[in-house]
Design a binder for this molecule. Sequence first.
Ligand SMILES: Cc1cc2ncn([C@H]3O[C@H](COP(=O)(O)O)[C@@H](O)[C@H]3O)c2cc1C
Ligand SMILES: O=C(O)c1cccnc1
Length: 351
Amino acid sequence: MSLDWLHTPAQAVNDSARAAALTRQAWLTKPPGALGELETLAVTLAGLQGRECPAVDKINISIFAGDHGIADEKVSAFPQAVTGEMVRNFANGGAAISVLARELRAVLEVVHLGTVNDPGPLPGVRRAWIAPRTHNFLHAPAMEPAQLQQALHAGRDSIATASAAGSELFIGGEMGIANTTAASALACALIDVHPHDITGAGTGLDAAGMQHKSQVIAHAVAFHRAYALDPLESLRRLGGFEIAALSGAYIAAAQAGIPILVDGFISSVAALAAVRINPSCHEWLLFAHCSAERGHLRVLEALQAKPLLDLGMRLGEGSGAATAASIVRLACALHAGMATFEQAGVTNKEP
Ligand SMILES: Cc1cc2ncn([C@H]3O[C@H](COP(=O)(O)O)[C@@H](O)[C@H]3O)c2cc1C
Ligand SMILES: O=C(O)c1cccnc1
């Protein structure tokens, strides 16, 4: 199986649906622009969904879980066993994203790509097993070429299922202890930022822990520097199974015409890799929130992204995107449900 599909263009945005939505916004009983970003959201979604009045009733969430060799370098405040334990927690419905998905009445899929602490087959968990974890990218590429391919295809498979179910919005999430280190290293390769300026606390490192993490990232980025201009190779060398699966899912969603709501720091780095691999998927990305993880602002800037929320969240799992999805729903409801000046008999301003 080749990776040629990664370069297939995303679906074209429907300009006439977008224009119709823009006109509709001007007719609604409010001063023009008074609903701020909610107006922009509705108009953007209209173009993506190809209808004057978009809707996000059917939301698909896929959480990709995988472990990281770089965890050996003591770069996380939590032990590696937590990744596998959280896969079980997702299956049992006890994680933050489980609660948010229920509230949204979204379809939640958990994709288990490989953990050191393997909980085994679980109901509601798709096993797309690659290996217990990636290689430690301080000394070697994180993934073998075949493993990168498996991870990208795991993401694409999630979109095939979502697309067949008529999904109107895709949210990707991740779980993988030490993945803020992988995402930070990958971001350094993709946007040429200094590790010190992007390294954050992740699950809660103190200042000394962050200093150490930043040095580990700097060494890894230097080790793989020769490949920094190649985004797919950087993803293989510095990413992780769940990060690559997210990149594959984003590209496939844009190709399938499903709008994407990007979560926090790790998801945004996966989105940046996706855009560097296939620039046409950029138009399909909506950005949910600004994570408290230090490097997120810099990554959002590289994506020219204006996120909807800033709640100090730093969890991952797709939780920020699931929270913002309610706002996206409200934007669609306002756009479709408000009366026009004419319908309501309200006097419009002078032209
Ligand atoms: C119980 C628990 C649940 C989580 N859910 C997401 N993460 C988040 O934290 C991890 C990244 O942080 P670091 O790079 O510092 O390890 C990822 O698994 C991410 O999804 C969690 C972390 C923990 C501990
Ligand atoms: O913003 C994120 O994605 C994030 C931040 C810290 C830990 N895990 C995830």
